[in-house]
Design a protein around this ligand. Structure first.
Ligand code: SME
Length: 153
């Protein structure tokens, strides 16, 4: 059985309190390993007018630099809103990473009042993400926001 989001938040907070260099990658790896629907987990950081892929776990992607406003990733930043797409094939903005991906969740990360990056999750399952996933990943974003901010340009 998968462990609850509450328990995962506790464990992620404990990981973050150790504050190592590889924390963001460790968090991606943790999220993918604990949630079977999360087939690809990555963190993009704002770099000028682009989003730069800082770290990820899952299949390799060609989308390592995405202009803000493009793709679901760039849309989430331009609109400053979560993008929860139940069917990527129905969204013309979607930039494909893998033919297996069916749904995607992009959650912006704020540091204080500043938008600094996002968590991006792809699933091989259609309609994989609920409002609970959204709030869970918002909380994860809060926990790692300082680590994202120091890499923000
Ligand atoms: N699908 C994203 C691109 C990044 S990959 O999911 C890793 C998008 O539409 O922006």
């Amino acid at each position: 059985m998968e462990i609850s989001f509450g328990k995962q938040i506790e464990e992620i907070s404990a990981m973050a309190s150790k504050d190592g260099d590889g924390l963001l990658h460790e968090i991606c790896s943790y999220l993918k390993s604990k949630n079977s629907k999360y087939n690809w987990v990555g963190i993009y950081i704002i770099d000028g007018t682009n989003l730069r892929l800082e770290t990820f776990v899952g299949r390799p992607t060609e989308h390592t630099l995405i202009p803000i406003g493009e793709g679901l990733c760039g849309q989430a930043i331009a609109k400053k809103e979560i993008v929860n797409e139940p069917d990527v094939s129905a969204n013309t903005e979607y930039l494909s990473c893998s033919i297996e991906t069916k749904s995607e969740l992009v959650v912006p990360i704020w540091h204080k009042d500043q938008l600094v990056g996002e968590v991006d999750i792809d699933s091989d399952m259609p309609r994989a993400f609920t409002e609970e996933d959204e709030s869970f990943l918002k909380s994860v974003g809060h926990i790692i926001s300082k680590d994202v901010y120091v890499r923000y340009k």
